[in-house]
Write a protein that binds this ligand. Structure first.
Ligand code: DHE
Length: 533
């Protein structure tokens, strides 16, 4: 006899109704848990703490209303790897899953000082290696190495950029995301995985030096221009974490709380602003942008003070590792620095207008006409001579849900041109020595196999480079001298497709397992205008 039969036999009618409805919701919850296990856990992680996909907890879903969440489960989400479940799950099952992800996980997940410190692993021998390229590089130019992130089997490759050959391949943490960041001398590279691990790797000795888990669900990481600090932007918990770049030991945890002090937030992204000796972080759930100084001259902040709302009104002292906030009207999901680093160009994924924020003035100074869902973090700049012969610096951003590239004049912040593309895309790349820029249409089902080449002067599409239909071709990086471009054939048994930039013809393929992104040491450490920072 089961619980229901027992209850029907022994409970009076009034209690029976209550008991049965409790039993039903218990079954429903269990059902949702089983559904989660079957369909969601592989990407969104054990206990909904995130993995390849974001954490699915009420505190991280504030900007997504329940009906929208149900729609995402049913129809998928643009610009992400989220599949549609309409043909696998009934409306009731989708609703049960939606309700489930808005319930709190108990006990609440904790990832604080003790957990971060306990996760640190340091290879002391690797830490003590001399500051010179080792024989392991077999004479390759350390400034023309490439790092290739291969998510097909969670590995990283190191390429010799002169010979265009693989030097080494090693296992990485699970689901690296975002561009790895180099130390200013190009010797070390720092990776962030979506599940919070930061790895420091020595490119001159081909060795992992240290690792630490800085968060449960991490967005990205940045390295300071003086090479001393790594700042990690987390989705979960709502923190920014400062690590000592030498061995990744924990230096400071900055809780991400709004100006009033009554709401926490995920971090959209953090980037280094070397000329300002600061990190700049955009927040996802509160409309604020933060600048966090690592200038050794910055005043130390009194013990116990974490945020500037604890200072009196009008006191804008930057303070070492102490956030100086700019209050905004809209969230920033992504942003881009102007070349002087005086302003940032930012936008939320759902806005129709972007905003220009003057960092020293701590205010918005202009609107940007940015339709669709701009991917500003992937923007690039170049010098463009307009039809009247005037040289202007322009910035171009791809768009995650419309097939267009927006080209913006970085002085007037006006649109110079909207260049139609084959479909919504993720990335752009160019190089100072090339007259061409690349973009992809990887969010388009029919055209994800096509890279498009833009002439940076005429702003016209001049060529398409195609993989077979159904395959994905995206993300380009140039060699140090700009002579070759490497594009990712983003398949499990994929390849790096090497393109000669004189002829725009394919000259070579290097096999790779779903090579997501690749990053040239020189282009990154010199902050080439053609690459993302
Ligand atoms: Fe990314 C960089 C945000 C989905 C591959 N992506 C970035 C950065 C941000 C960002 C803020 C810059 C961080 C940095 O480099 O320090 N990405 C987002 C999203 O909001 C979005 C749309 C949803 C999400 O899942 O978080 C998203 N990104 C993806 C993917 O689905 C991609 C295509 C595959 C993957 O591996 O997850 C993807 N993102 C990348 C890559 C970069 C990146 C390869 C680095 C580009 C570069 O050249 O610097």
């Amino acid at each position: 006899m089961n619980w229901e039969q027992l209850a029907r036999r022994w409970l009076p009618a009034a209690y029976l109704a209550v008991f049965l409805s409790g039993l039903a919701s218990f079954a429903e919850a269990n059902d949702a848990q089983a559904l989660y296990k079957e369909h969601c856990l592989a990407c969104h992680g054990e206990n909904r703490l995130g993995g390849v996909g974001p954490a699915l907890l009420p505190e991280n879903l504030e900007r997504l209303r329940k009906p929208e969440a149900a729609k995402v489960i049913r129809d998928s989400r643009p610009a992400t790897q989220m599949p549609a479940f309409a043909d696998k799950l009934s409306a009731e099952q989708i609703q049960a899953l939606t309700d489930f992800i808005y319930t709190k996980v108990t006990p609440a997940p904790v990832w604080g000082e003790a957990e971060i410190k306990a996760s640190q692993v340091v290879d002391q021998a690797a830490l003590d290696l001399p500051h010179q390229p080792s024989a392991a590089l077999t004479g390759a130019d350390p400034m023309n190495l490439f790092i290739v992130v291969e998510t097909g089997d969670h590995h990283v490759s190191v390429l010799d950029g002169d010979k265009l050959e693989r030097l080494h391949r090693f296992p990485s943490r699970y689901a690296l995301h975002g561009g790895p960041k180099y130390s200013p001398d190009g010797r070390f590279v720092y990776f962030a995985s979506r599940d919070g691990w930061i790895t420091k790797y020595d490119l001159w000795n081909l060795k992992v030096v240290a690792e630490i888990r800085a968060g449960l669900n991490t967005r990205n990481a940045a390295v300071s221009g003086d090479g001393k600090w790594v700042m990690v932007a987390n989705y979960l918990p709502h923190t920014l974490v400062v690590l000592d770049a030498k061995d990744l030991s924990l230096t400071k945890i900055i809780p991400v709380v709004n100006a009033k002090g009554d709401k926490t937030s995920r971090v959209s992204a953090v980037y280094d602003a070397s000329p300002r000796k600061s990190f700049v972080a955009a927040l996802k759930d509160v409309p604020e942008v933060w600048e966090i100084s690592y200038d050794p001259q910055a005043e130390p902040v009194a013990e116990g003070l974490v945020h500037d709302f604890q200072y009196k009104e009008g006191d804008f002292k930057p303070g070492f590792f102490y956030p100086r906030r700019t209050l905004l009207k809209d969230y920033l999901d992504d942003f881009f620095f102007t070349q002087s680093y005086d302003e940032i160009l930012g936008a939320s994924r759902s806005a129709t207008k972007g905003q220009v924020i003057y960092l020293d003035g701590r205010k918005k100074v202009a609107d940007l006409d940015l339709p669709g869902m701009p991917h500003l973090g992937s923007g690039i700049t170049w010098k463009w001579t307009d039809p009247a012969g005037k040289e202007r610096t322009v910035m171009a951003s791809p768009n995650l849900n419309e097939g267009l590239i927006t080209v913006i004049d970085l002085k007037t912040f006006e649109n110079v041109k909207q260049i139609p593309t084959r479909g919504p895309g993720f990335f752009m790349r160019s190089h100072e020595n090339s007259r061409y820029a690349f973009t992809d249409s990887m969010m388009s089902k029919e055209h994800k196999n096509k890279l498009q080449v833009i002439d940076k002067q005429t702003l016209a599409m001049v060529k398409e480079i195609e993989a077979p239909a159904g395959q994905t071709l995206a993300h380009v990086e140039f060699t140090r001298d700009g002579r070759y471009a490497l594009a990712s054939l983003w398949e499990q048994d994929g390849a790096l497709v090497v393109i000669d930039m004189q002829t725009l013809a394919e000259v070579k393929r290097i096999p790779a397992k779903k090579p997501v992104g690749k990053y040239n040491v020189w282009n990154k450490i010199t902050r080439s205008e053609g690459t993302s920072h």
